[in-house]
Design a protein around this ligand. Sequence first.
Ligand SMILES: O=C[C@H](O)[C@H](O)[C@H](O)COP(=O)(O)O
Length: 219
Amino acid sequence: MNAQDAMKKQAAEAALAYVEEGIVGVGTGSTVNHFIDALAGIKGRIEGAVSSSVASTERLKAHGIPVYDLNAVGELSVYVDGADESNAQLQLIKGGGGALTREKIVAAASRQFVCIADESKLVKVLGAFPLPVEVIPMARSYVARELVQLGGTPVWRDGFVTDNGNLILDVQHLEIMEPAKLEQTINNIAGVVTVGIFALRPADVLILGTPDGPKTLRA
Ligand SMILES: O=C[C@H](O)[C@H](O)[C@H](O)COP(=O)(O)O
Protein backbone atom coordinates (compact mmCIF):
# COMPACT_ATOMS: atom_id res chain seq x y z
CA MET A 1 0.00 0.00 0.00
CA ASN A 2 1.48 3.40 -0.97
CA ALA A 3 1.42 6.48 1.27
CA GLN A 4 -1.66 8.01 -0.40
CA ASP A 5 -3.60 4.79 -0.09
CA ALA A 6 -2.61 4.51 3.58
CA MET A 7 -4.01 8.03 4.17
CA LYS A 8 -7.27 7.06 2.43
CA LYS A 9 -7.52 3.99 4.68
CA GLN A 10 -6.84 6.08 7.77
CA ALA A 11 -9.65 8.54 6.87
CA ALA A 12 -12.00 5.65 6.07
CA GLU A 13 -11.41 3.95 9.42
CA ALA A 14 -11.90 7.25 11.30
CA ALA A 15 -15.35 7.57 9.67
CA LEU A 16 -16.56 4.48 11.57
CA ALA A 17 -17.02 6.78 14.58
CA TYR A 18 -19.95 8.44 12.74
CA VAL A 19 -21.77 5.19 11.98
CA GLU A 20 -24.93 4.64 14.01
CA GLU A 21 -27.14 1.58 14.30
CA GLY A 22 -29.47 1.14 11.35
CA ILE A 23 -28.74 1.69 7.68
CA VAL A 24 -25.60 3.47 6.48
CA GLY A 25 -25.32 5.40 3.20
CA VAL A 26 -22.23 4.26 1.31
CA GLY A 27 -20.51 6.10 -1.55
CA THR A 28 -18.11 4.91 -4.24
CA GLY A 29 -14.40 4.86 -5.00
CA SER A 30 -11.04 3.69 -3.71
CA THR A 31 -11.38 5.54 -0.37
CA VAL A 32 -14.88 4.16 0.17
CA ASN A 33 -13.60 0.67 -0.59
CA HIS A 34 -11.47 0.99 2.56
CA PHE A 35 -14.57 2.20 4.42
CA ILE A 36 -16.60 -0.81 3.25
CA ASP A 37 -13.82 -3.15 4.39
CA ALA A 38 -13.75 -1.41 7.80
CA LEU A 39 -17.56 -1.50 8.01
CA ALA A 40 -17.43 -5.27 7.62
CA GLY A 41 -15.63 -5.39 10.97
CA ILE A 42 -18.64 -3.84 12.74
CA LYS A 43 -21.41 -5.33 10.60
CA GLY A 44 -23.10 -6.88 13.63
CA ARG A 45 -23.85 -3.34 14.85
CA ILE A 46 -25.63 -2.13 11.70
CA GLU A 47 -28.71 -3.26 9.83
CA GLY A 48 -27.20 -2.75 6.39
CA ALA A 49 -26.39 -0.15 3.75
CA VAL A 50 -27.80 1.90 0.90
CA SER A 51 -25.24 1.99 -1.90
CA SER A 52 -24.47 4.62 -4.54
CA SER A 53 -23.13 2.27 -7.21
CA VAL A 54 -23.10 -1.25 -8.57
CA ALA A 55 -19.42 -1.56 -7.59
CA SER A 56 -20.05 -0.62 -3.95
CA THR A 57 -23.11 -2.88 -3.81
CA GLU A 58 -20.99 -5.84 -4.95
CA ARG A 59 -18.29 -5.08 -2.37
CA LEU A 60 -20.83 -4.68 0.45
CA LYS A 61 -22.55 -7.95 -0.46
CA ALA A 62 -19.20 -9.78 -0.70
CA HIS A 63 -18.69 -8.79 2.96
CA GLY A 64 -22.18 -10.08 3.86
CA ILE A 65 -23.58 -6.58 4.48
CA PRO A 66 -27.25 -6.37 3.36
CA VAL A 67 -27.92 -3.66 0.73
CA TYR A 68 -31.30 -1.92 0.69
CA ASP A 69 -33.12 0.05 -2.00
CA LEU A 70 -33.27 3.73 -1.02
CA ASN A 71 -37.00 3.69 -1.79
CA ALA A 72 -37.52 1.08 0.92
CA VAL A 73 -35.89 3.05 3.73
CA GLY A 74 -36.43 6.48 5.25
CA GLU A 75 -33.89 9.23 5.84
CA LEU A 76 -30.41 7.85 6.51
CA SER A 77 -28.50 9.07 9.57
CA VAL A 78 -25.14 9.19 7.80
CA TYR A 79 -23.66 9.02 4.32
CA VAL A 80 -19.94 8.30 3.91
CA ASP A 81 -18.26 9.03 0.59
CA GLY A 82 -15.00 10.20 -0.97
CA ALA A 83 -14.29 13.21 -3.18
CA ASP A 84 -12.03 14.30 -6.00
CA GLU A 85 -11.61 17.80 -4.51
CA SER A 86 -12.90 19.72 -1.48
CA ASN A 87 -12.55 23.39 -0.60
CA ALA A 88 -12.50 24.73 2.97
CA GLN A 89 -16.31 25.13 2.89
CA LEU A 90 -16.54 21.37 2.21
CA GLN A 91 -17.98 22.01 -1.24
CA LEU A 92 -16.84 19.14 -3.42
CA ILE A 93 -16.09 17.91 -6.89
CA LYS A 94 -17.15 14.27 -7.25
CA GLY A 95 -17.69 11.81 -10.07
CA GLY A 96 -14.17 10.74 -11.00
CA GLY A 97 -15.55 7.20 -10.93
CA GLY A 98 -18.77 8.26 -12.68
CA ALA A 99 -21.08 7.58 -9.72
CA LEU A 100 -22.01 11.24 -9.09
CA THR A 101 -25.78 11.09 -9.65
CA ARG A 102 -26.55 8.24 -7.25
CA GLU A 103 -24.05 9.75 -4.81
CA LYS A 104 -25.88 13.08 -4.89
CA ILE A 105 -29.21 11.33 -4.30
CA VAL A 106 -28.00 9.33 -1.29
CA ALA A 107 -26.21 12.40 0.14
CA ALA A 108 -29.45 14.40 -0.20
CA ALA A 109 -31.39 11.67 1.62
CA SER A 110 -28.97 11.65 4.59
CA ARG A 111 -28.87 13.82 7.71
CA GLN A 112 -25.08 13.91 7.85
CA PHE A 113 -22.58 13.66 4.99
CA VAL A 114 -19.10 12.53 6.09
CA CYS A 115 -16.52 12.94 3.35
CA ILE A 116 -13.29 10.90 3.52
CA ALA A 117 -10.14 11.63 1.54
CA ASP A 118 -6.38 11.89 1.68
CA GLU A 119 -5.02 15.38 2.30
CA SER A 120 -4.18 16.01 -1.38
CA LYS A 121 -7.91 16.45 -2.10
CA LEU A 122 -8.15 19.72 -0.13
CA VAL A 123 -7.79 22.70 -2.51
CA LYS A 124 -8.27 26.47 -2.33
CA VAL A 125 -10.40 26.73 -5.48
CA LEU A 126 -12.32 23.84 -7.06
CA GLY A 127 -11.72 23.03 -10.71
CA ALA A 128 -8.21 21.69 -11.27
CA PHE A 129 -9.83 18.24 -11.30
CA PRO A 130 -11.89 17.96 -14.53
CA LEU A 131 -15.53 18.45 -13.56
CA PRO A 132 -17.68 15.36 -14.35
CA VAL A 133 -21.14 15.96 -15.81
CA GLU A 134 -23.55 13.04 -16.37
CA VAL A 135 -25.45 13.53 -19.63
CA ILE A 136 -28.30 11.77 -21.46
CA PRO A 137 -26.61 10.23 -24.56
CA MET A 138 -28.64 12.12 -27.22
CA ALA A 139 -27.75 15.47 -25.60
CA ARG A 140 -23.97 14.96 -25.62
CA SER A 141 -23.05 17.47 -28.35
CA TYR A 142 -25.60 20.07 -27.26
CA VAL A 143 -24.48 19.95 -23.62
CA ALA A 144 -20.82 20.11 -24.70
CA ARG A 145 -21.52 23.33 -26.67
CA GLU A 146 -23.27 24.87 -23.65
CA LEU A 147 -20.32 23.94 -21.40
CA VAL A 148 -17.94 25.68 -23.84
CA GLN A 149 -20.14 28.80 -23.51
CA LEU A 150 -19.51 28.62 -19.75
CA GLY A 151 -15.74 28.73 -20.37
CA GLY A 152 -14.93 25.02 -20.00
CA THR A 153 -13.39 22.40 -22.28
CA PRO A 154 -15.62 19.31 -22.15
CA VAL A 155 -14.03 15.96 -22.96
CA TRP A 156 -16.25 12.92 -23.60
CA ARG A 157 -15.24 9.97 -21.38
CA ASP A 158 -15.45 7.75 -24.45
CA GLY A 159 -16.47 4.14 -23.79
CA PHE A 160 -17.69 4.82 -20.24
CA VAL A 161 -21.36 4.23 -19.40
CA THR A 162 -22.74 5.19 -15.98
CA ASP A 163 -24.81 2.83 -13.82
CA ASN A 164 -27.80 4.82 -15.13
CA GLY A 165 -26.93 4.18 -18.81
CA ASN A 166 -25.67 7.70 -19.47
CA LEU A 167 -22.42 9.41 -20.56
CA ILE A 168 -19.87 11.55 -18.75
CA LEU A 169 -18.35 14.80 -20.01
CA ASP A 170 -15.26 15.84 -18.01
CA VAL A 171 -14.96 19.62 -18.12
CA GLN A 172 -11.41 20.92 -18.03
CA HIS A 173 -10.09 24.43 -17.46
CA LEU A 174 -12.79 25.69 -15.11
CA GLU A 175 -11.88 27.80 -12.11
CA ILE A 176 -14.99 27.44 -9.95
CA MET A 177 -15.28 30.68 -7.98
CA GLU A 178 -19.00 30.29 -7.16
CA PRO A 179 -19.64 26.54 -6.81
CA ALA A 180 -23.33 26.70 -5.82
CA LYS A 181 -24.16 29.06 -8.70
CA LEU A 182 -22.32 26.92 -11.26
CA GLU A 183 -23.97 23.77 -9.88
CA GLN A 184 -27.39 25.29 -10.54
CA THR A 185 -26.41 26.66 -13.96
CA ILE A 186 -25.06 23.34 -15.25
CA ASN A 187 -27.92 21.34 -13.75
CA ASN A 188 -30.32 23.60 -15.70
CA ILE A 189 -28.88 22.63 -19.11
CA ALA A 190 -31.34 20.35 -20.91
CA GLY A 191 -29.92 16.84 -21.10
CA VAL A 192 -27.74 17.15 -17.99
CA VAL A 193 -28.62 14.53 -15.38
CA THR A 194 -26.35 16.07 -12.76
CA VAL A 195 -23.06 17.89 -12.38
CA GLY A 196 -20.37 16.67 -9.99
CA ILE A 197 -20.33 19.87 -7.93
CA PHE A 198 -21.66 19.20 -4.42
CA ALA A 199 -22.12 22.76 -3.14
CA LEU A 200 -25.87 23.16 -2.62
CA ARG A 201 -25.52 20.17 -0.29
CA PRO A 202 -21.85 20.20 0.78
CA ALA A 203 -20.31 17.68 3.18
CA ASP A 204 -20.89 18.30 6.89
CA VAL A 205 -17.62 16.72 7.98
CA LEU A 206 -14.39 16.16 6.05
CA ILE A 207 -11.92 13.60 7.40
CA LEU A 208 -8.51 13.92 5.77
CA GLY A 209 -5.84 11.28 6.11
CA THR A 210 -2.46 12.98 6.74
CA PRO A 211 1.04 11.75 7.65
CA ASP A 212 0.24 12.92 11.23
CA GLY A 213 -3.06 11.05 11.50
CA PRO A 214 -6.66 11.90 10.57
CA LYS A 215 -7.65 15.58 10.58
CA THR A 216 -11.34 16.59 10.80
CA LEU A 217 -12.83 19.74 9.25
CA ARG A 218 -16.45 20.86 9.73
CA ALA A 219 -18.59 23.07 7.51
O1 LIG B 1 -17.68 8.73 -8.86
C1 LIG B 1 -16.87 8.56 -7.95
C2 LIG B 1 -16.87 9.26 -6.68
O2 LIG B 1 -17.36 10.56 -6.69
C3 LIG B 1 -15.64 9.11 -5.81
O3 LIG B 1 -16.09 9.28 -4.50
C4 LIG B 1 -14.52 10.09 -6.10
O4 LIG B 1 -14.15 9.98 -7.46
C5 LIG B 1 -13.30 9.85 -5.19
O5 LIG B 1 -12.76 8.60 -5.47
P1 LIG B 1 -11.46 8.05 -4.75
O6 LIG B 1 -11.81 7.78 -3.35
O7 LIG B 1 -11.13 6.81 -5.54
O8 LIG B 1 -10.39 9.10 -4.91
